[in-house]
Design a binder for this molecule. Structure first.
Ligand SMILES: [Zn+2]
Length: 230
């Protein structure tokens, strides 16, 4: 894991991207694991902390895996336990993005499967079906967070039904791109369902070949970061 300053910048950029693409407004939060005990996370919405487009590197707060504030002048989000319990359950996960992104949330509510239909985007939903945490309550305790982590299992994304989604990865960039790709897939799956046609689902062997063909996430991240800075 690179230094904290860089992680703060990446986290702020993730907020700007999620806002720019309409995946978050003032709700939702990305985080990154700093070390075995500490997590850096976007702070709670407040009179001083408004839309995701305004997030600055210095606004981010540090919390412990118990969810306690360790460093920062703002409060951590009440739903920080989504993050802390996933980090406890998944040593492989270095970044968690939680949003209320509309199309993915809609598919979760309506039980519309988000299948691998688009080539660049599909690796995020390779493991089917996408798990569903069937509860719309706010995740405000470690017990609730542990249930979300259990629902996620070893997947990259999970529906929080009637609420939003979670995307996890080993970098902020990939967790954010995962949320973006999930939303694009949700939109296409929804439209296919509307057409009443049977979609062509990308088969496993094609998906494996595609994964070998795809460039690293760096270029996609640079594109979205530039878009969000305009
Ligand atoms: Zn939420």
């Amino acid at each position: 894991m690179s230094d904290e300053r860089e992680q703060r910048e990446l986290l702020a950029t993730a907020c700007h991207i999620l806002y720019k693409l309409g995946l978050s407004d003032y709700l939702g939060h990305p985080s990154v694991r700093l070390d075995a005990e500490r997590v850096l996370i976007k702070p709670k919405h407040s009179p001083r902390i408004r839309g995701m487009d305004r997030m600055r590197t210095e606004d981010m707060v540090v919390i412990s895996l118990s969810g306690d504030l360790v460093e920062g002048e703002h409060q951590p989000p009440s739903e920080r336990f989504i993050h802390t319990e996933i980090y406890r359950a998944r040593p492989d996960v270095q970044s968690v993005v939680h949003t209320h992104q509309p199309m993915s949330t809609l598919c979760g509510i309506a039980n519309v499967p988000i299948l691998p239909l688009l080539h660049v985007e599909s690796p995020v939903v390779e493991k089917q079906p996408i798990p569903v945490f069937a509860c719309a309550e706010l995740i405000q305790t470690s017990e609730q967070g542990a249930r979300v982590a259990a629902a996620l299992g070893d997947h990259r994304v999970c529906h929080l039904q009637g609420h939003g989604i979670v995307s996890v990865a080993d970098t902020i960039q990939e967790a954010t791109l995962g949320a973006i790709h999930l939303e694009r897939l949700a939109e296409v799956n929804y439209k296919v369902a509307q057409l009443g046609r049977e979609p062509r689902v990308i088969p496993h062997n094609e998906l494996q070949a595609l994964k070998r063909q795809l460039a690293s996430p760096a270029g996609r991240w640079a594109y979205y970061a530039e878009l969000a800075s305009e």
